[in-house]
Design a binder for this molecule. Structure first.
Ligand SMILES: *Cc1c(COP(=O)(O)O)cnc(C)c1O
Length: 397
């Protein structure tokens, strides 16, 4: 189905499906292929060019109907021209940046960006002659203009930011960047295209760590980049030059996850709201970093631009609790697993200190990051309450 005006939840159910093509099967099957045979030599010789056509099966690396189905579905949801798939979210970020940058260029990156994005900028990109400036994620368009140099070619947004959840004024930052000819990239993993569509707000390349909510079951690694008309063919070319490809089984799991994205996200959102409200009232908590809360500094931007919220939020503790006390709280949780990644059906927690270079993170106390899973919210709150008892017991000793 080409872009239609039906609601995203209806489109999630039908996108990327073509039962008539697959013996009536409701879901596009998993095609494992490297070699794709051509009917004749002329067809083979034309294949090199056909890899730039959407949906062409030319060679396994360029995708089979399994990957193409997910690409089509994400292109529709994001409102873009084309989507490419990657073996991880980080590979998607890497390829998007390498699509728009060359040696000698300068890139602006939000100071609250996902930590491995920073490692990429400070490592490989620097080695290839690209300089990065990190900027305060709460900057407005005018202030951003002051950071743009003649050699600045791109800006990478991430909203809300990793660990600290600042919401960016995406339309204002994108407009300022576009006025100077920059390519605008955004990591949209937190909201997914269901709750925020970057391209509608002036972004050129929207990036998803599909590993998180799109796969949704903590069992596959997958990335995606959706480009507008301006960048679609450059993205396809860079992806193929780098040899990036997502495995058919993982693309299938991404497609399967997409079907239930709407119901899952709404439950994650509702559970996160309940946990956040309860946590906010606790003495052990200084603030909860969750954009749907009215107390969140950029709540207004979230309300203006987003259609919903996911289940990931931060908590700043109210005292500089010792690492041992925080560990005793986290280690004893029965429902919150300790682990990176998120977006699966289960609840998670990690603790750390946000990494900043352009701005200062002032709170001395540790920051916890919770993922509200699909469990019963009351059961999750009971687990949190027992955790605070451990935290206080370890602090009073
Ligand atoms: C996890 C994550 C990524 C990277 O995704 P992987 O699939 O783990 O490589 C990128 N951006 C954000 C915001 C993430 O949380």
């Amino acid at each position: 189905m080409a872009r239609d005006r039906r609601k995203p939840t209806t489109r999630l159910t039908h996108l990327g499906r073509d039962p008539k093509r697959f013996a009536g099967a409701v879901n596009p099957p998993v095609f494992h292929a490297s070699t794709i045979l051509s009917p004749d030599l002329a067809g083979y010789q034309a294949g090199g060019q056909r890899r730039f056509e959407k949906g062409a099966t030319v060679y396994g690396r360029f995708g089979t109907p399994t990957q193409h189905a997910l690409q089509d579905a994400l292109t529709d949801l994001e409102g873009g021209a084309d989507t490419l798939l990657f073996p991880s979210g980080l590979a998607a970020i890497t390829t998007a940046l390498m699509t728009v940058l060359a040696s000698g260029d300068h890139v602006l990156v939000a100071d609250s960006a996902y930590r491995p994005t920073r490692s990429l900028c400070d490592g490989l990109l620097r080695r290839f002659g690209v300089e990065t400036t990190y900027f305060d994620p709460t900057l407005d368009g005018d202030a951003l203009m002051g950071l743009i140099r003649p050699e600045t070619k791109a800006i990478l947004l991430e909203s809300p930011g990793s660990m600290t959840f600042e919401v960016q004024d995406v339309p204002a930052l994108a407009a300022a960047a576009k006025s100077k000819g920059l390519a605008v990239l955004m990591d949209n993993t937190w909201a997914t295209p269901l709750f925020f569509r970057p391209l509608e707000h002036g972004v050129d390349l929207s990036i998803q760590a599909a590993t998180k909510y799109i796969v949704g079951h903590a069992d596959a690694m997958l990335g995606a980049v959706t480009a507008n008309d301006e960048w679609a063919s450059a993205l396809r070319k860079t992806t193929f030059e780098l040899g990036m490809a997502a495995a058919p089984d993982d693309a299938y799991l991404g497609m399967r996850g997409l079907r239930t994205l709407d119901v899952r996200l709404r439950r994650h959102w509702q559970n996160a709201l309940e946990l956040a409200a309860w946590l906010q009232a606790r003495d052990e908590v200084a603030s909860v970093l969750y954009p749907p809360l009215e107390q969140h500094p950029q709540h207004g931007l979230w309300k203006r631009d987003f259609d919903g919220a996911s289940g990931l939020f931060g908590v700043v503790l109210s005292h500089p609790y010792s690492d041992a006390a925080v560990a005793s709280m986290c280690d004893g949780y029965e429902l919150f697993g300790i682990g990176a990644s998120w977006g699966g059906f289960e609840s998670l927690v990690i603790a750390g200190r946000p990494h900043r270079t352009a701005t200062a993170w002032k709170a001395a106390a540790p920051v916890l990051r919770f993922h509200a899973g699909l469990e019963d919210a009351g059961d999750l709150i009971a687990d949190l309450e027992a955790g605070f008892q451990r935290l206080n017991a370890a602090t009073d000793e």
